[in-house]
Design a protein. Structure first.
Length: 250
């Protein structure tokens, strides 16, 4: 498996396993089945409605609605799920892969829409021909949509799936950080990206990265060294937990 190490602007090293053609094909296969099933159900309901007096005598608007629904399911399906599920669709979740930014951070709506608008170009001349060739020609396995949006598709960590791995015990339960409410979404994303991937990072790099992030967060939130746990990872876990508990996490 191809591994990619990303150095963030905060000088934190994040290691990811790139998703290849096989795992991405599995995801597309399930997503396509779901799209076909959804369109089939809507098509049947539309035909049944067209047979009622409410539909009127002209079927033109019915065909227009079907075309609009087809477009929404074909292109909106991926963009919507990848935005709401932070880079995953049902197929990607099943295959254990996720879309992220090239910086290692979670994608937002802009990246999700941008990468999927190019899906039709990747599909040409059929069955993702252009997309497969593009993936084979670059070392990060990016299709055209990924290159335009600045995204990557990586494997989820087997240890944590899509959840943050917490390891803090009761010995740290006395530490409370109300300052965590001032954490930005970008800072929370950085902390969680590190916590998700720390078991895949070499011990020395993992220690250096946790120290850099902890010091950066402590300075930003004005938390003194003696007011936080000596274990940097425990400190980061407590901070992001407090952030979530205060309903600031989205």
């Amino acid at each position: 498996m191809d591994k990619l190490i990303i150095d963030t602007p905060e000088q934190v090293h994040l290691e990811f396993v790139l998703a290849g053609i096989g795992s991405r094909f599995m995801a597309v296969f399930l997503d396509t089945l779901i799209q076909i099933a959804a369109f089939f159900v809507i098509f049947i309901f539309t035909l049944l409605f067209a047979a009622t007096p409410l539909a009127g005598h002209s079927p033109t608007w019915i065909f227009a609605v079907l075309i609009l629904i087809f477009f929404a399911i074909t292109w909106g399906y991926y963009a919507t799920f990848e935005t709401v599920w932070k880079g995953q669709t049902p197929g990607k979740r099943w295959a254990g892969i996720r879309v992220i930014k090239s910086s290692g951070r979670p994608i937002n709506a802009f990246e999700a829409i941008a990468r999927n608008l190019l899906r039709i170009a990747d599909y040409l001349p059929g069955f993702y021909g252009v997309g497969i060739v593009t993936m084979m020609l670059n070392r990060k396995s990016q299709r055209l949509g990924d290159l335009v949006a600045g995204t990557l598709v990586v494997h989820e960590s087997r240890d944590q799936e899509a959840a943050v791995f917490f390891n803090t015990g009761l010995q740290h339960s006395d530490y409370i950080f109300p300052q965590a409410a001032k954490l930005t979404l970008q800072e929370a994303d950085l902390i969680e990206a590190f916590l998700n991937r720390r078991l895949d990072i070499a011990p020395a790099i993992r220690q250096q990265s946790s120290q850099r992030i902890a010091e950066m967060i402590a300075v930003r939130l004005a938390i003194a060294a003696d007011a936080r746990p000596p274990d940097n990872e425990a400190f980061l876990e407590l901070i992001v937990k407090e952030f979530r508990n205060r309903a600031r996490y989205r």
